[in-house]
Design a protein around this ligand. Structure first.
Ligand code: ADP
Length: 163
């Protein structure tokens, strides 16, 4: 059985992430989406909130499960016996950072962990969790960026009520 791990902060999950998850779910027998709790930045949503938002967003995908982890990604992969990590690429700026992380993980894992890159769907190439939070913080329209229930939670975080 081919299992792949898709790690990230998902603060919050966007349509860009969901597109990657759906496509990965067609390529692998099982996809574990792993929410990182050791993010360098202070997240807007708690780990529990981020996990719950993902669970709700992927409930129709039978072979996708949501988990969370702390510490080094390669240790988590070893613990779960996973050899494939998925990451999304939006632009050349993602590539430089992602390549370095992928090579680090390959080295640290003694070639046990490889990274598979999925390129963004063009309609979501501008999307990032940071951009979505920025728009929501000014009460802007985030309906093209995240599912409705997540948009509600974002507006609530910034003190807005929308109908
Ligand atoms: P980070 O680990 O940098 O906090 P995120 O949680 O925001 O990253 O994203 C996890 C992964 O999803 C990263 O590989 C990122 O490049 C990818 N990703 C984020 N937004 C998109 C998008 N709109 N299209 C494709 N991939 C994306």
């Amino acid at each position: 059985m081919k299992t792949a791990l898709y790690p990230g902060s998902f603060d919050p999950v966007t349509y860009g992430h969901l597109d990657i998850i759906k496509r990965a779910s067609l390529m692998f027998d099982k996809v574990i989406v792993a929410v990182m709790c050791n993010s360098a930045k202070t997240p807007l949503f708690t780990l529990d909130e981020r996990v719950k938002m993902l669970e709700e967003s992927v409930k129709d995908l039978d072979n996708v499960i949501i988990e969370s982890f702390d510490g080094l990604l390669i240790n988590y992969c070893k613990e779960k016996n996973i050899h494939i990590v998925i990451r999304g690429l939006r632009a050349i700026t993602d590539f430089e950072y992602e390549l370095q992380i992928a090579q680090t993980n390959k080295e640290l894992s003694h070639n046990e962990v490889d990274t598979v890159f999925l390129t963004t769907n063009l309609k979501y190439s501008y999307l990032s969790s940071s951009v979505v939070k920025e728009i929501a913080s000014y009460n802007g329209d985030i309906t093209p960026c995240v599912p409705p229930s997540i948009a509600d939670k974002l507006y609530k975080k910034f003190g807005y009520t929308r109908t």
